[in-house]
Design a binder for this molecule. Structure first.
Ligand SMILES: *[C@@H]1O[C@H](CO)[C@@H](O)[C@H](O)[C@H]1NC(C)=O
Ligand SMILES: *[C@@H]1O[C@H](CO)[C@@H](O)[C@H](O)[C@H]1NC(C)=O
Ligand SMILES: *[C@@H]1O[C@H](CO)[C@@H](O)[C@H](O)[C@H]1NC(C)=O
Ligand SMILES: *[C@@H]1O[C@H](CO)[C@@H](O)[C@H](O)[C@H]1NC(C)=O
Ligand SMILES: *[C@@H]1O[C@H](CO)[C@@H](O)[C@H](O)[C@H]1NC(C)=O
Ligand SMILES: *[C@@H]1O[C@H](CO)[C@@H](O)[C@H](O)[C@H]1NC(C)=O
Ligand SMILES: *[C@@H]1O[C@H](CO)[C@@H](O)[C@H](O)[C@H]1NC(C)=O
Ligand SMILES: [Ca+2]
Length: 517
């Protein structure tokens, strides 16, 4: 029983180990004494409709000015309901889309009716946060009196300067947008960020029964985090390594473009246009402030949401270093290593690569195409033939210095941490471009042939740079030790023949003198 008990204790998840990233730092005691330990952190999800500025276009699209009567698809000939902007009980202003509704007493924004048919009845509902936020749950738009037959959702990532389609909704996607209808269940990991047209929320089902139009965030998350979103760390790792994935759920503004109202399941009936209009009781946007993993709180201050930045960062999104901390370049925090993350880019690439890749079978995130002569999982090493500039930060463009080992003098192009190359025999110097004593340079170091001490050139020869003896005329050999005996040096021939003659003569004389005795 005991071993099991111990095992349970060991694997019981600590609050920190849950992968929620809700703590930015903690005071820990280690062998080196107490100190702060820093972690990646992010704020909790919030009900974002409360912080949005909501705008409805075009002007005059909201009903009640002048007041008008309308009816519903269920009761098409009982047009006794009135919208009157000047009477609070009968008004349907845009603020009713983001207020808190009590059960069964929904307040709603309502448009004018489609009196101008066949001119389209269109409206834009724009929500602006003046803050970058990250969706954490489905966007749910609740329509009263039926959902539009054609609409689309757009988003902006740059405070409304540019807009991008987010999802298309139609009862007939081909007819409305020329797109094949798809569902999020059709998505897989590689096309999770595809913009779809869905028919799921636009068909007539009775205005009371089906009220909601969704932008499915949970279902997309589930592709990586599992059906009950238990493996969020898996999703987080992917968000860091897959280009565009995190941005897909990130936005500063949302726009609902209402393009054709509910038709009650049939064609437009021109004789009763007062049953065609839009009415929205709620727009639920659940998201967290984007704080670049440097804050676990986000508060509404000075007219906008602001991250409460840690890790010596500052700015609305913690996107900059604090004033006196600009000696290190700013980086986003990182979800890895799981489960604590790191405040400053565990798998950032020290600015030497802008791309990371997730290697499935190794379960690691690694930098792709490291620049500035770096290499390694985080571009933290120098490439072969380069060494680390110890006085430069790891994110310096000049962090790796070329070894510059002499091609002839060194064994290979590698050098050690101090930039010293490995020399071939006879070579020396940091770059191996000099020779030891007793060696001379000729595309590398070679042992000397002559010198002034042991290998002296003879017969009047002189030593040229240790490479060879320059012999005086008539001598040869590496040290000029041999006399030359070719046709231009008759001396040599005659001298030797004279010698032979002399010896012969001597022998003859000897013999003769002996005979004479
Ligand atoms: C709605 O917004 C789109 C751009 O997102 C714009 O082209 C269109 O004119 C707007 N419509 C109205 C009625 O303001
Ligand atoms: C948006 O937020 C920034 C930063 O908090 C603030 O300076 C600016 O005034 C805000 N703009 C609007 C239009 O609210
Ligand atoms: C996503 O990829 C899968 C598999 O290739 C494919 O069946 C599906 O249709 C794709 N979805 C979209 C929306 O393109
Ligand atoms: C923030 O600055 C302090 C003081 O220099 C330093 O001790 C700490 O490590 C920094 N925090 C991070 C997350 O870099
Ligand atoms: C950056 O500057 C701060 C404050 O001047 C100092 O505490 C910190 O040690 C410096 N960090 C580096 C990496 O030089
Ligand atoms: C090493 O880095 C420092 C600081 O960036 C720089 O001033 C120096 O020139 C570099 N040394 C070499 C040899 O590149
Ligand atoms: C690098 O090599 C040189 C020459 O072999 C040696 O003197 C030096 O100690 C080495 N440096 C390191 C850090 O290994
Ligand atoms: Ca409401």
């Amino acid at each position: 029983m005991l071993p099991l008990f111990v095992l349970l204790i060991h694997y019981l998840p600590l609050p920190l180990a849950l992968g929620h990233y809700d703590i930015c730092k903690s005071w820990v005691t280690s062998d080196d004494g107490p100190s702060w330990e820093y972690y990646a952190c992010q704020p909790k999800s919030m009900v974002m409709k409360e912080y949005a500025i909501i705008k409805v276009d075009p002007p005059g699209i909201t009903c009640g000015d002048p007041s008008e009567y309308f009816c519903t698809h269920e009761n098409p000939y009982l047009c006794s309901d009135e919208c009157d902007a000047s009477t609070p009980d009968l008004a349907h202003p845009s603020s009713h889309m983001v207020d808190k509704d009590e059960e069964g007493l929904a307040t709603y924004w309502q448009s004018v009716t489609w009196k101008r048919y066949p001119e389209p009845l269109v409206a834009n509902i724009t929500m602006s946060w003046n803050k970058t936020i990250e969706l954490t749950d489905d966007i749910v738009v609740t329509f009263e009196y039926g959902r539009p037959t054609v609409m689309m959702l757009e988003k902006s990532l740059d405070y409304g300067r540019s807009w991008h389609p987010y999802q298309y909704y139609a009862d007939d996607c081909i007819e409305a947008f020329g797109m094949t209808p798809k569902k999020v269940v059709n998505l897989i990991a590689s096309n999770i960020t595809r913009v779809l047209c869905t028919e799921e929320y636009s068909r007539w089902a009775g205005s009371k029964k089906e009220k909601n139009v969704l932008f499915e965030v949970r279902e997309r998350f589930a592709i990586f985090a599992g059906p009950d979103l238990r493996k969020m760390e898996n999703l987080y790792t992917r968000m860091e390594s897959t280009k565009g994935l995190k941005d897909f759920f990130t936005l500063t503004n949302l726009r609902l473009r209402l393009l054709r109202p509910a038709l009650g399941g049939t064609y437009v009936q021109r004789d009763n246009l007062r049953k065609y209009f839009y009415a929205i009781s709620n727009i639920e946007v659940t998201a967290r402030c984007k704080c670049n993993l440097h804050a676990n709180a986000c508060n509404f201050r000075d007219g906008a949401l602001q991250c409460e930045c840690e890790h010596n960062t500052t700015g609305q999104d913690c996107g900059r270093c604090k004033k006196s901390f600009r000696n290190r370049s700013w980086r986003s925090g990182s979800y890895t290593p799981i489960p604590h993350g790191s405040p400053n880019a565990y798998c950032e690439c020290y600015g030497h690569s802008s791309r990371c890749s997730f290697i499935d079978f190794l379960n690691v995130v690694t930098c792709v195409s490291c620049k500035h002569n770096t290499r390694g999982q985080h571009c933290q090493h120098c490439r072969l033939g380069f060494y680390r500039n110890v006085s430069a930060e790891l994110d310096d463009e000049n962090v790796c210095i070329q070894c510059n080992c002499n091609q002839h003098g060194s064994e290979h192009e590698r050098c050690n941490e101090t930039g010293d190359c490995v020399c071939r025999p006879g070579a020396t110097g940091t770059k191996c471009d000099e020779c030891l004593l007793g060696y001379h340079w000729r595309q590398g170091c070679h042992s000397n042939v002559c010198d002034d001490e042991l290998l002296i050139c003879q017969n009047g020869g002189t030593c040229h740079q240790g490479q060879r003896c320059i012999c005086s005329s008539g001598f040869k050999g590496s040290l000029c030790q041999d006399a030359k005996c070719d046709s231009t040096h008759r001396n040599c021939d005659s001298a030797s023949s004279t010698m032979v003659m002399s010896i012969l003569l001597l022998v003859c004389t000897l013999l003769l003198s002996l005979e004479g005795i």
